[in-house]
Write a protein that binds this ligand. Structure first.
Ligand code: NAD
Ligand code: WQD
Length: 345
C-alpha cells in the first residue's frame, strides 16, 4: 500500500537527513523544506546515494507562512510533519535571543496553524534533554521535573512543548509526539551523511573527530572535578541512526492512530551515562586513533550529569537504541575521514 507523504522541516540538517533516509527506507514519500541556514544542498546527493531516491526539496524558510502554504498546495496529501527546523547553538542563543525565539517559535506556530486546513494528522517535535536542566536524580524519566531554562535556546524547547500542549488541548484535530533527544552523535554507517558543524565546533564529538584528524591541536576536557567517578561530565550519547528510526515509529503511530493519547512525550536515549574521558577512551580503542587532550576548567552552564530512562519509548514505541558506542564512534570517524577525502575539512 502506498504510504502517506511526510513533510520534514530541516530535513537537510544532521538529524533530519538521517531521518529522511529511514523514512524513505520505510516507504514514505518525503518532502523536505530547509532554508539551508545550517546545511547544504549536497546532503540530498548523500540521501540519494544511500536510498536510491531523491526526496522532494523546497528551499524556503518555515517562518514564511506563504512559502509553507505554497508547499502544501504544490505537494498535496501531506499527512505527517516532522519538525527539525530550528536554530540550535546554545551559546549563540544567549547572544541573539530574538533570532532564536523568532526562528524556533514562528516555525512551530506556522506549522501548527496550517495543519488543520491541510488535514495533517500529526506532528513530531524535536525537543531536548535540556528541558530537565541539572536533574535531581538520574536516569531521568518523562515525569522528571522541568527546570528553568538556562538559555534562550533551551527556553524555545520548553515553550514549544507548552505551545503544542495548549494547541492540542484547545481541541485541534491532530496528534503530536514530542521526542526529547539526549546527545545525538555519530553518522550514517555509509559515511554519506553526517554532522556538518559550522566553524569551530562547540559540541564534543565534532571537536573530538576534528582533533583526531589534526584540524584542531587538542581537545579541551571541560573539568575533571565534578561529582562523577572520573570527575568529567556524564551524558547519554545516542546514535543518530537509532534516533532517526524512532521518528519513523512515531510518525507511523500517529498516522495509524495507534495511541489513545493525542499528545505523547518520549525520552530518546540509551539509558547509559558516559563520561567525557570514557568517550575519548572508547573513540581511541574503537578507531585506533589517538585524541590529544588536556583537562581545562569547567565550561560555564554545563550540566554535571544527565542520562535517560528510555523505558517508556522501549515499551510503548517498541524502540531501543541498539548501536554500541564503539560502532557509533567508528561511524563518526568514518564521516570525518569522508569530509577530508572530499576536501571539505
Ligand atoms: P541542524 O542545524 O543540523 O538541522 C536543522 C536544519 O533546519 C538545518 O538544515 C537548517 O538549515 C534548517 N533550518 C533552521 N531554521 C529553519 C527555518 N526557519 N526554515 C527552514 N529550515 C530551517 O540541527 P540538528 O542537530 O539536526 O537538530 C534538529 C532538531 O533537533 C533541532 O530542532 C534541534 O534543536 C533538535 N535537537 C538537536 C540536538 C543535537 O544535539 N543535535 C539535541 C536535541 C534536540
Ligand atoms: C558534551 C560534554 C562538555 C566540548 C548540548 C546542548 C543541549 C543539546 C545537546 C540540543 C559536556 C564536554 C564538550 C569540548 C568537552 N542540544 N565537552 N570539550 O553540552 O551536553 O549539550 O548539545 O538540544 O541542549 O546544550 O553537549 O557536546 O557540547 O558537550 O569537554 O570541546 O562534552 O563539557 O560535558 P551538551 P556537548
Amino acid at each position: 500500500m502506498k504510504k502517506d507523504r511526510i513533510l520534514v522541516t530541516g530535513g537537510t540538517g544532521y538529524i533530519g537527513s538521517h531521518t529522511v533516509v529511514e523514512l524513505q527506507n520505510a516507504g514514505y514519500p518525503v518532502v523536505i523544506i530547509d532554508n539551508l541556514s545550517n546545511s547544504s544542498r549536497d546532503v540530498l546527493d548523500g540521501i540519494e546515494r544511500i536510498t536510491g531516491q531523491r526526496p522532494d526539496f523546497v528551499e524556503a524558510d518555515c517562518t514564511d507562512i506563504n512559502a509553507l502554504k505554497k508547499l502544501f498546495s504544490d505537494y498535496p496529501g501531506i499527512k505527517g510533519i516532522i519538525n527539525f527546523a530550528a536554530s540550535k547553538a546554545v551559546g549563540e542563543s544567549v547572544q541573539k535571543p530574538i533570532l532564536y525565539y523568532r526562528n524556533n517559535l514562528n516555525t512551530l506556530l506556522n506549522l501548527l496553524d496550517l495543519m488543520t486546513p491541510n488535514d495533517v494528522k500529526g506532528i513530531v517535535f524535536s525537543s531536548s534533554c535540556t528541558v530537565y536542566g541539572e536533574p535531581d536524580e538520574n536516569p531521568v524519566t518523562e515525569q522528571s521535573p522541568i527546570k528553568k531554562a538556562t538559555s534562550p535556546y533551551g527556553n524555545t524547547k520548553q515553550i514549544s512543548e507548552e505551545i503544542i500542549t495548549d494547541v492540542i488541548n484547545s481541541g485541534a484535530p491532530f496528534k503530536s509526539v514530542i521526542l526529547r533527544y539526549f546527545n545525538p552523535v555519530g553518522a550514517h554507517p555509509s559515511a554519506e551523511i553526517g554532522e556538518l558543524p559550522n566553524g569551530v565546533p562547540q559540541n564534543l564529538i565534532p571537536y573530538l573527530t576534528q582533533t583526531a584528524m589534526g584540524i584542531r591541536k587538542e581537545l579541551s576536557v571541560f573539568g575533571d572535578d565534578y561529582d562523577t567517578p572520573d570527575g568529567s561530565c556524564i551524558r547519554d550519547y545516542i546514535n543518530v541512526v537509532d534516533l532517526a528510526k524512532a521518528h519513523v515509529i512515531a510518525v507511523q503511530r500517529m498516522l495509524e492512530d495507534k495511541s489513545d493519547e493525542q499528545i505523547e512525550i518520549f525520552n530518546l536515549g540509551t539509558g547509559r551515562g558516559t563520561s567525557v574521558l570514557e568517550l575519548i577512551n572508547t573513540f581511541e580503542s574503537a578507531t585506533g586513533v589517538k585524541v590529544p587532550h588536556k583537562i581545562v576548567g569547567r565550561r560555564e552552564g554545563d550540566i554535571e550529569k544527565v542520562w535517560a530512562n528510555p523505558e517508556h519509548a522501549n515499551k510503548v514505541l517498541g524502540w531501543t537504541a541498539g548501536s554500541t558506542l564503539e560502532d557509533t564512534m567508528r561511524s563518526a570517524w568514518a564521516w570525518q575521514c569522508k569530509l577530508r577525502e572530499r576536501g571539505i575539512m
